[in-house]
Design a protein around this ligand. Structure first.
Ligand code: FIX
Ligand code: ZN
Length: 432
């Protein structure tokens, strides 16, 4: 990654139009030199100790690769889970990288990471890679990887009801300047029979029916966690069956506690819709699937709560067009990312072209969803590579239509896509 794009105008950039055959090189250069903000990951900084995942064993045991492993190995999931992490990584390396050619998106990602660090991509075992990662210092490695990925900061996923994460926040963990927090509400908004006791154990006066003082207490819980984490937004992932409004405690808590708290605290709410959790529980984290959602729920939320801002990603390919249409109807909706099973070049290309055609540059094209630090390197490399032909053909079409393109136009657009659409959304103050 070269020097960070300053957003400043270079000599002549504003008025020097590009010839059609200069556009691609300018797009490549601007994409390569603009640092992104990765607005949804599952990464943690080194002070979060074991939650900070990095290195070859973590990379190889990513749940995307575990799911692929069971298609190319006769090992049962039960046997796999009984192995140590290095033994699991060895099994995946043998099955997907030695006995087969690593052509899938997730396997190519490992190859790209090894190659980025100058490590062999053809070894019969992992000894070289292990000794390389073992010799790195965690803090320096984080900064190096962020720089290699061209990311200026990453946004975490922080669950106040997660027993492993909770102690770090309760002990006032020091903030890392490159990691921003997000208040993740999945457990709170899941079947209320579980979370109400967790809230009660943290000292909030809630009951199993979310009645009486419960709503006020949930808001107090959110406010306390806001003070502790300083999140840049709140977030929840939702199933394909998600309906809003509906006669459930989740709908009540969303409407009466979460949305008012978001308004009061000035935070957007991220809705990630369409996951079918644990379609195959034997695969654990890799056992989640996808389903097409009824986006009328999103329509109802955006229309009924115009003073809330929403960041929205939908998991089903079939929901992408509707999401773009809703973004045209509701300017409190910001589509983001090509989530999870969509994060493959062919699908990213299709979705991103459609978004540009329907929304111009008014969307956030990608987040990495990285769980292991070095994944940032290949995921952002792939995002940039996919954007090159898309932006080039977009500007070429504009040029053919009669509007010459300058390098400054390209810089402004990429800055919007990679950074300011997000920063403005999280810092937004409505004009009254
Ligand atoms: O809910 C989420 O944030 C999902 O991204 C994850 O739960 C999922 O397991 C994942 O890692 C997808 O990339
Ligand atoms: Zn995620």
């Amino acid at each position: 990654m070269e020097a960070k794009s300053s957003g400043q105008t270079g000599p002549g950039e504003k008025f020097d139009t590009l010839a059609a055959n200069q556009i691609r090189a300018a797009v490549e250069d601007v994409l390569a030199t603009t640092h992104c903000i990765d607005m949804h990951t599952h990464l943690f900084p080194p002070l979060f100790d074991k939650l900070n995942l990095w290195g070859i064993d973590e990379l190889l045991t990513y749940h995307y690769l575990e799911a692929e492993f069971f298609r190319s190995s006769t090992m049962t999931p039960e046997h796999y889970w009984s192995l140590s992490k290095p033994a699991q990584a060895d099994a995946i390396w043998q099955a997907l990288f030695v006995q087969n050619t690593p052509v899938s998106e997730a396997t190519r990602g490992i190859v790209a990471v090894l190659s980025a660090f100058g490590l062999s991509t053809q070894s019969s075992d992992l000894s070289e890679a292990r000794s390389f990662f073992n010799s790195q210092s965690a803090e320096e490695h984080v900064l190096r990887v962020l720089e290699m990925a061209g990311a200026s900061s990453v946004v975490m996923t922080n669950d106040p009801l997660d027993v492993e994460e909770l102690p770090f926040w309760m002990n006032g963990v020091q903030r890392h300047s490159h990691f921003q927090a997000v208040l993740r509400l999945d457990r709170l908004l899941r079947d209320w029979s579980d979370p109400w006791q967790l809230l009660a154990s943290q000292g909030y006066e809630v009951d199993d029916q979310a009645s009486g003082k419960s709503i006020g207490e949930i808001r107090r819980f959110i406010a306390d966690w806001y003070a502790r984490m300083r999140p840049v937004y709140m977030a929840v992932s939702l199933p394909d069956t998600f309906q809003f409004p509906e006669n459930t405690l989740r709908s009540k808590i969303l409407k009466e506690a979460v949305l008012p708290s978001c308004r009061e605290l000035g935070l957007p709410l991220s809705l990630m819709i369409g996951v079918r959790r644990q379609v195959n529980p034997r695969l654990r984290l890799g056992g989640d699937g996808v389903g097409r959602a009824d986006l009328r729920s999103l329509e109802n939320i955006c229309r009924d709560f115009p003073n809330n801002r929403f960041l929205v990603s939908v998991l089903s390919r079939e929901n992408q067009h509707e999401l773009c249409v809703y973004a045209r109807k509701f300017n409190n909706l910001m589509p983001f990312g090509c989530w999870w099973f969509l994060n493959n070049p062919s699908i990213v290309e299709e979705i991103t072209r459609e978004r540009i055609e329907m929304l111009g540059t008014g969307f956030i094209p990608q987040h990495s969803d990285a769980r292991v630090l070095e994944q940032l390197i290949y995921k952002w490399r792939n995002t940039r590579a996919t954007l090159i032909p898309i932006l080039t053909s977009t500007y070429n079409a504009l040029d053919r239509d009669g509007r010459r393109v300058t390098r400054l136009d390209i810089k402004r657009d990429v800055d919007r896509l990679f950074r300011s659409n997000f920063t403005e959304w999280i810092n937004h103050r409505a004009d009254h």
